[in-house]
Ligand binder design. Structure first.
Ligand code: 4GY
Length: 236
């Protein structure tokens, strides 16, 4: 898969995408990731990317010309052009699975107070939000999406993938897990997990996942994609 990112802050991407699984996906050619500085698509002496909103109001907007030029330069036949903005469709695992099927993504990171509406209307295929909060720019949301999509690309994860993906596509939270020692400072791992009875273990895990989901994320069982707000969430 090819992912191009259009951002005012390419340096923010150093680190998160240079480690671990995303690093390996890039090194093995499964992910071709390219960062592009929006300023490189300006033509004036000051490399201006923003301007004041018509009609007045606070803050600055990303002006349309550099974004149009960049996208027209970077897109191909099969490019999905995505704008990261809190006003977009909520990104989740189902959206990640959808994006992982595409051959080319072009992610546009919003900045300042937003972007000229003509970008949304005439250039962008889809707007995505990673959650109901406002960040300073779209770099972190772009990294979140790249990370979530990369681990779904063929061959990026090993055997873990199929089993692990199942858990969220079945829309249940993960069951509790334990490793050695079986007794850590008197805190014991559940007996059933040490028993070697595979059917019993599977039954226990399914029940735990169901219970945990009902307690923490009843919205998942209801089949909606609208989680309760943070202050309505239950503890324990
Ligand atoms: N949340 N999901 C998000 C964001 C920064 C003001 C528009 C988000 O995707 N993007 O908070 N982006 C804002 C900053 C202008 C982009």
């Amino acid at each position: 898969m090819k992912i191009d990112v259009l951002t005012l802050f390419p340096a923010m991407f150093a680190g998160p995408l240079d480690e671990s699984i995303v690093r390996r996906a890039r090194d093995t050619g499964k992910l071709d990731l390219q960062l592009h500085n929006l300023r490189d698509y300006t033509h004036d002496r000051h490399r201006t990317v923003d301007d004041r909103p018509f009609g007045g109001g606070p803050g600055m907007l990303l002006k349309p010309e550099p974004i149009f030029e960049a996208v027209e330069h970077l897109r191909g036949e099969n490019t999905r052009v995505i704008l990261l903005t809190p006003a977009g469709r909520l990104f989740n695992q189902a959206v990640a699975l959808e994006l992982a099927q595409r051959e080319h993504l072009l992610l546009i990171c919003g900045s300042y107070e937003g972007v000229d509406e003509r970008v949304r209307q005439f250039l962008v295929d889809e707007e995505l939000s990673i959650g109901d909060y406002v960040l300073t720019n779209g770099a972190l949301p772009a990294m979140v999406i790249i990370d979530a999509v990369t681990r779904l690309l063929p061959g990026v994860l090993g055997d873990e993938q199929s089993a692990h993906e199942e858990s969220f596509s079945r829309e249940r939270l993960e069951y509790p897990q334990y490793t050695r020692p079986a007794d850590f400072r008197g805190m014991k791992a559940p007996e059933v997990l040490l028993s070697g009875h595979h059917a019993e273990i599977a039954k226990w895990r399914a029940a735990q996942a169901e219970l945990r989901t009902a307690q923490r994320r009843p919205d998942l069982l209801a089949g909606t994609d609208r989680p309760p707000a943070g202050d309505e969430r239950q503890t324990e």
